[in-house]
Write a protein that binds this ligand. Structure first.
Ligand code: OXD
Ligand code: MN
Length: 601
């Protein structure tokens, strides 16, 4: 096998912080015996360790140093061109029975899968360094916080995990020496980055993840999609909390009243932009702050839902990010960042489609080839990414480290829909809101391998991330609702509706504040709304559209409900539920009947 990750040799005092937990040491020994690395590097998350790993990554061309004046302490990484996105068809849920994984997951029998993976891992780290990465997910003093260990042969993974998680000693201390402590076992090997040997496998019952053959963040930063969502959702159901694919933001009014909102959108549909929104000038005194941009772990406390962001960094889509679309993201990624698969300019800066200013006259594209504005190929891959610490975000919420989390006033679901779905509407109650989430659909994006732009149902934006049977997941949502005496209000939004000419009707980005204000007003019980078959819809004067250059006809179109389109949509809901083969809870089936009936009233 080609050695895609040659071993490195650390001086004394680096890479030798062994944990004291015997169960943990036994597991590392077991994986070491299987994979036969040249040496083992025990990460402690220190600055010195980071500097050493960066220096070694530069020597091995895993990273390219960017111009220190333009983007301080930042690096470019180019992935193998066959490895640029999550691969859902190579992602497996390995529960004892197929029913436990359910109709939306690709199931694989655990014993057979372990045996196949162990075959692939046998001797896979010969001539390589095996890194042991301890990390925690969640604020240090949260009851929701989990410990994970990732074994990997990729330096890029170690450097990324240091940004995306609270990594190193903090996790060793939290684990302590309790042999029964709960912790996630993650094993990753690049192998030879061959799609034919690429598998991302989850064993929820064993709290174990094995990922081989890829170096793409979503497949290999095992803390993120694998632990925080797939294994996380399984643990959440068992332990009575929620693990969701949601951003969390705070909104403060000029009067100083603050609400927190969680919002689920599928991958690459603007979660990071929404979480970092800057209100337009007209909204003087309003402030939006970011708790998280991708994942929310939520628990019920005193009848309310509280959320924490388990991560400590952002792994965001680069193309389209600019001072116009997301100034806070631009400021965050101006330093301390890893860029993956963007273009490199001749002066050592990074460039991508949609960045402010004119394109460079010449650059090296994401594949390492010469690029000019005349080139047919894109300079940056459509799913090129930044990895940046959340502390760089000028709008970081002051309660991001709060262990009990932030109280959630509203949950927003949203997808990318060119037609049918209005700009915003509010569910009638929790169960109806669960129905909105369960029937969500979105046009596919470049975040996952496969065709782009096709409408697919993506319940709660969790289709690729729910680690167990989706029917049980819907039931879990309904059950959580029963424990909430002050449930968040639930909304659906669609920033992407298009008019007859195929142009977006809504300006999006910062202007989404107008929708957010209506949501907050509804939470405060002072926002006007009209009853509609879909739920509560803002009337023409309920949205604050002052100083927005938008045609009244566009607003009517944005909020319009086309009965013909909705007949088709309801039929699609039925088709989707039917395709799940009888796992959908009765309450949701009757929600659909009630929706259909409201259209005939
Ligand atoms: C992500 C994704 O990277 O959803 O967050 O793919
Ligand atoms: Mn995501």
């Amino acid at each position: 096998m080609k050695n895609t990750a040659p071993a490195i040799f650390a001086p004394d005092g680096i890479g030798d912080t062994k944990p004291i937990n015997q169960a943990m040491l036994d597991w590392v020994h077991e994986i070491g015996t299987l994979t036969e690395p040249e040496n083992i590097f025990w990460c402690d998350g220190s600055e010195r360790e980071n500097e050493f790993l960066i220096a070694e990554s530069l020597k091995q061309n895993v990273l390219i140093k960017l111009n220190e004046k333009k983007v301080p302490r930042s690096y470019l990484h180019r992935s193998n061109p066959n490895d640029v996105a999550r691969v859902e068809r190579f992602t497996f849920i390995c529960t004892p029975t197929k029913e436990e994984a359910g109709p939306t997951n690709t199931w694989s029998e655990p014993a057979e899968t372990y045996s196949k993976l162990h075959g692939l891992l046998k001797g896979a780290m010969r001539g390589r360094t095996m890194f042991v990465v301890p990390y925690i997910m969640g604020p240090p003093d949260s009851p929701l916080t989990k410990v994970g260990f990732e074994i990997t042969d990729s330096k890029y993974v170690v450097l990324s995990m240091r940004i995306m998680t609270r990594m190193g000693k903090i996790a060793l201390e939290r684990l302590g020496n309790d042999p029964k402590a709960e912790w996630n076992r993650g094993v990753h090997s690049l192998l030879d980055v061959d799609p034919a040997r690429r598998f991302i496998c989850h064993f929820p019952q064993d709290n174990t993840i094995i990922s081989v053959g890829s170096g793409y963040g979503g497949n290999v930063l095992l803390s993120k999609k694998c632990l925080a969502l797939r294994i996380g959702s399984y643990l959440a159901r068992k332990q009575g909390w929620m693990a969701e694919h949601m951003l969390i933001l705070g909104v403060e009014s000029p009067e100083g009243k603050k609400h927190y909102v969680a919002a689920a959108f599928p991958s690459a549909c603007g979660k990071t932009n929404f979480a970092m929104l800057i209100p337009p000038k007209h909204f003087k005194g309003w402030k939006v702050t970011t708790v998280g941009d991708d994942i929310a772990w939520m628990q019920v406390r005193d009848g309310r839902l509280y959320a924490v962001n388990p991560e400590s960094g952002y792994f965001g889509v680069v193309p389209g990010t600019s001072y116009k679309s997301n100034p806070n993201a631009m400021k965050s990624i101006a330093r301390d960042s890893l860029y993956t698969n963007v273009a490199l300019t001749d002066d050592g800066d990074v460039w991508w489609e949609g960045k402010d200013g004119p394109p460079p006259a010449h650059a090296i594209d994401w594949r390492g080839n010469d690029w000019t504005p005349e080139s047919k190929e894109k300079a940056a891959h459509p799913n090129s990414r930044f990895t940046t610490p959340m502390r760089n975000n000028p709008a970081l919420d002051s309660d991001v480290e709060e262990g009990k989390g932030v109280p959630i006033s509203a949950i927003i679901f949203g997808g990318r829909r060119s037609d049918t779905v209005p700009l915003v509407y509010q569910a009638l109650d929790w169960d109806h809101g669960v129905y909105l989430g369960a029937t969500m659909a979105s046009e596919t994006t470049a975040a996952a391998a496969g065709a782009v732009g096709q409408v697919r149902r993506d319940p709660m934006a969790m289709l690729p991330f729910c680690g167990y049977n989706i029917g049980d997941y819907f039931q879990h949502w309904l059950d959580i609702g029963k424990r909430l005496t002050h449930p968040p209000l639930i909304f659906n939004v669609n920033w992407f509706r298009k008019g007859a000419g195929g142009k977006f009707l809504w300006p999006g980005f910062g202007e989404n504040m107008r929708v957010l204000k209506w949501v907050i007003n509804r939470c405060e019980v002072n926002g006007g709304a009209l009853q509609s078959p879909l739920g509560w819809l803002p009337g023409p004067h309920d949205l604050d559209l002052e100083e927005l250059d938008i045609d009244h006809k566009c607003v009517a179109e944005l909020l319009g409900i086309d009965h013909g389109e909705w007949q088709k949509e309801i039929a699609e809901h039925k088709k989707f539920f039917d395709s799940l083969g009888g796992v959908v809870p009765q309450q949701l089936l009757s929600q659909r009947d009630q929706l259909a009936a409201r259209f005939t009233e």
